[in-house]
Design a binder for this molecule. Structure first.
Ligand SMILES: Cc1ncc(COP(=O)(O)O)c(C=O)c1O
Length: 366
């Protein structure tokens, strides 16, 4: 078979598709010379809040910062435990350590790869102060039972929505259930900037105010600093790009779902586990299968010129950085999934015929 040359994401193709709008938006920022925060950023925050269905959206410099700022804003710190998933990007738990709290990893549902309310319930201790559910790969966590549990126990819920912009469940967008919803605009995300960026969504006015202060050096009024904060502001170039892309996000996510549908149909008769869609509207940041023959499949894909990726090969309770919190911690579902998971290329511009060709390679390899 000829070399297919398929990357995991193709940001260049998307840029060409949006070039006129993006170029105009960036030139608008150059003309304004208002580069950090300012009207473009405020307009994006308002549009994002309207889309997500929250009262407020406070932008910041990255998804990692959106999590850290959220934890700071709800006063999580040393002595507190924060429950989260071991099967996520390291940033989720890194944020917990940045505020001095202890991450408590709870095993995942083996089908959705996400936390469940039952799992969280079993891990509660008198020190538990917050939960960070991650809507992994774009699949929403089943938020209603989780929010009932958190409400009954007085826990803060910081939704990690880094991979799930636009996903929804129980009739609401992810990021609108928790105390806050933390988003990343890393370029490859479903809503991606042209650099780093992040956002915290919340319905709580006091929390939004605190977040605005924390992201800007703990500034309560010009040159009045009431607490130690961060330099974590979104720049106007990113806001301008994000405003353009926000107008297209529904179409982009629909295209991702169509690609996932095509993979699902073509892989149905093969010995792989396809992504579950048990909870809500999945937006397929990744299309991740489970296979017993991962190495052989990766090699066959590589030979055919098709990229693939293992998200994530080592669950967080097995990472050296969290070792001291995880002695004797065994999380069999996360460990089993980490050994078998393989993500295939998915992006809005991926052509149906290319998906078919990729599936032929998979079929041959297996
Ligand atoms: C689940 C998850 N959480 C947090 C982050 C951190 O986002 P950022 O890279 O914008 O700091 C990412 C992104 O890489 C992520 O995938």
């Amino acid at each position: 078979m000829s070399c297919l040359n398929v990357p995991m994401v193709d940001l260049h193709r998307q840029y060409l598709h949006l070039k006129a709008e993006i170029d105009a938006a960036i030139h608008g920022v150059l003309d304004s010379t208002q580069f950090v925060l300012g009207p473009e950023v405020e307009a994006f925050e308002q549009e994002a809040a309207a889309y997500l269905g929250t009262r407020f959206a406070v932008s910041c410099a990255s998804g990692t910062d959106a999590l850290t700022l959220s934890l700071r804003a709800v006063d999580i710190g040393p002595g507190d435990e924060v429950i989260t998933t071991p099967f996520t990007f390291v940033a989720t738990a890194e944020a917990i350590r940045h505020v001095g709290a202890v991450p408590v990893f709870v095993d995942i549902d083996p089908d959705t790869f996400n936390l469940t309310a039952e799992g969280i319930q079993r891990a509660l201790s008198p020190r538990t102060r917050a939960v960070i559910p991650v809507h992994l790969f774009g699949q929403p966590v089943d938020m209603e039972p989780l929010m009932r549990l958190a409400g009954a126990r007085g826990l803060a819920v910081i939704e990690d929505c880094a991979q799930a912009f636009g996903a929804h469940v129980h009739g609401r967008r992810v990021g609108s259930f928790g105390t806050t919803g933390a988003f990343s605009f890393f370029p490859s995300k479903n809503l991606g900037a042209y650099g780093d960026g992040g956002l915290v969504a919340t319905d709580d006015a006091a929390l939004a105010e605190r977040l605005r202060s924390l992201r800007n050096h703990g500034t309560a009024a010009p040159y009045t600093h009431t607490e130690v904060g961060f330099n974590s502001r979104l720049d106007a170039m990113q806001a301008a790009v994000l405003r353009v892309k926000l107008r297209h996000i529904e179409r982009f996510n629909a295209r991702r779902r169509a690609v996932a549908d095509r993979y699902d149909a073509a892989l149905a008769h093969l010995p792989v586990t396809r992504p579950a869609r048990r909870t809500g509207h999945h937006v397929f940041h990744q299309y991740t299968i489970l296979t017993e023959r991962r190495d052989a499949l990766r090699e066959a894909l590589r030979e055919a010129g098709v990229a693939s990726a293992v998200y994530y090969p080592v669950p967080l309770h097995r990472q050296p950085v969290f070792e001291s919190f995880c002695r004797d911690v065994h999380l069999p579902n996360a460990e089993a999934v980490a050994e078998r998971c393989l993500s295939l290329p998915i992006y809005p511009e991926l052509a149906p015929e290319t998906v078919d060709r990729i599936c032929e390679v998979v079929a041959q390899a297996l």
